[in-house]
Design a binder for this molecule. Structure first.
Ligand SMILES: [Zn+2]
Length: 426
């Protein structure tokens, strides 16, 4: 087992961060929804739910008593530290800590531990998020206060899943956390439309990092390699970090998976109406063109911009509801109708980057149910969103080719040793 610091958030170009963020949000939601224990989960050791129970979990290592707990709703520093420090001391500590971490940012549910020596306060540690930890140590007359990276044990695992209905059901049935589906959707967002392309018989295999702390599973890290067989075609992705530190996913030929347009603005939705010259309008009951694609999805499903661009219109009208239009390169424009709400900071003239969440699915305006009506125009003429061209971003440079080939050979071997999918699908 290799002990290493979990890498900082992938230094992907900005356009990659939001899909990543989405994955994180999904992860949190799904974790909250209760992801089923797999073998890895069985070792999970939970902290006591609240401080009042903590005293029962005091562990004695030499003379140090370690008290573990989690912040409860409304807990402040004095609620947690009050039993061990005077209000005056907490006040000083709060002030000293401010440049490193403000005590107003303690979050409900986050774990902490307090170390005592002969009932006297020695140290306090708090998980700021899943990457950083606040560590406060008492010194003679002051405190040593630091924000340090959380040390995880990274174990690599190969996970194979066959899809018989939905990708979520399949991942869950195989005993894994459904956040994996979100991570995969982000990796293949340019090649597979998770709204319309996934079908029974599809399957995937991933080489993924699992993060452990004190032998307890703490969630997935990076997907290092993946093979996704969709409609009989194998799509491959390999994580590679270039000499400048930019990480991205590439196919085995070194082509970036990242393309000019995402395949779909909404993951895991269902297409309910296609681009058409004439369709019966569901409310108006008249035949009229439908120059777009409708994606049905639950209320407040995130909507992502399919390419970099500038917001040219953001408004409300009785037909389109809350909508937004974004101007891209080469005369392309995309529009997103019937949103329930816009994402924060969206305004006319603002720049957006591919994969950014721009709003949330709603049914404002003339709409029968929750859906996104997605439209694309090229030089002012409607084009079918499902037919927009897919040119790739920069491939691996020649000087990095050798290192890239070695990396994917290593990952491929790990995938193949574990199962037959990668081997059987060219
Ligand atoms: Zn529509």
């Amino acid at each position: 087992m290799e002990k290493k610091t979990y890498p900082k958030k992938l230094t992907l170009p900005k356009k990659h961060l939001l899909p990543g963020l989405l994955a994180l949000v999904l992860l949190v939601c799904w974790m909250a929804a209760g992801c089923l224990p797999s073998t890895a989960f069985s070792r999970t050791r939970d902290f006591p739910a609240d401080l009042s129970d903590n005293t029962t979990e005091q562990t004695e290592a030499s003379d140090i008593h370690l008290i573990k707990g989690r912040f409860k709703s409304g807990d402040t520093a004095s609620d947690v530290l009050g039993p061990y420090l005077s209000l005056q001391e907490i006040y000083c500590l709060e002030k000293q800590s401010r440049p490193v971490f403000s005590f107003t940012r303690f979050k409900q549910g986050q774990p902490f531990d307090i170390s005592l020596h002969q009932d006297r306060f020695v140290a306090f540690a708090y998980d700021i998020d899943d990457r950083h930890r606040l560590v406060i140590k008492k010194e003679q007359d002051s405190y040593d206060i630091r924000k340090i990276p959380i040390q995880y044990d990274i174990r690599e695992e190969v996970i194979s899943v066959h899809i018989s209905s939905s990708i979520f059901a399949a991942v869950k049935k195989a005993g894994h956390c459904t956040s994996l589906a979100g991570q995969l959707a982000d990796i293949f967002a340019w090649d597979i439309d998770f709204a319309k392309d996934i079908q029974p018989g599809d399957r995937f295999q991933v080489l993924v990092e699992q993060r452990f702390r004190d032998d307890a599973f703490q969630g997935y890290g990076n997907i290092l390699a993946a093979v996704f067989v969709n409609k009989g075609k194998a799509h491959k992705a390999f994580l590679f970090t270039d000499a400048d530190g930019h990480a991205g996913y590439y196919d085995e030929k070194g082509q970036s998976l990242q393309k000019a347009f995402l395949k779909s603005p909404v993951n895991f939705s269902k297409i309910t109406s296609y681009f058409s010259a004439s369709r019966l309008h569901p409310i108006l009951k008249t035949k009229r063109p439908h120059p777009g694609v409708d994606y049905a999805a639950p209320k407040n499903t995130p909507i992502k911009t399919v390419a970099d661009g500038t917001i040219t219109e953001i408004a409300y009208n009785n037909t389109m509801g809350r909508y937004m239009t974004i101007r891209h390169f080469n005369g392309y424009e995309t529009s997103y109708y019937h949103m329930n709400k816009y994402a924060a900071a969206m305004k006319k003239g603002a720049s957006v980057f591919q994969g950014d969440i721009i709003g949330y699915v709603g049914k404002t305006g003339l709409a029968t149910g929750y859906h996104l009506c997605f439209r694309v125009e090229k030089n002012g003429h409607p084009v079918n969103p499902l037919n927009i061209p897919h040119t790739s971003a920069t491939p691996i440079s020649l000087s990095e080719k050798e290192r890239f080939v070695k990396t994917i050979a290593l990952y491929s071997e790990k995938l193949m040793t574990a199962g037959s999918l990668a081997r059987s699908t060219p």
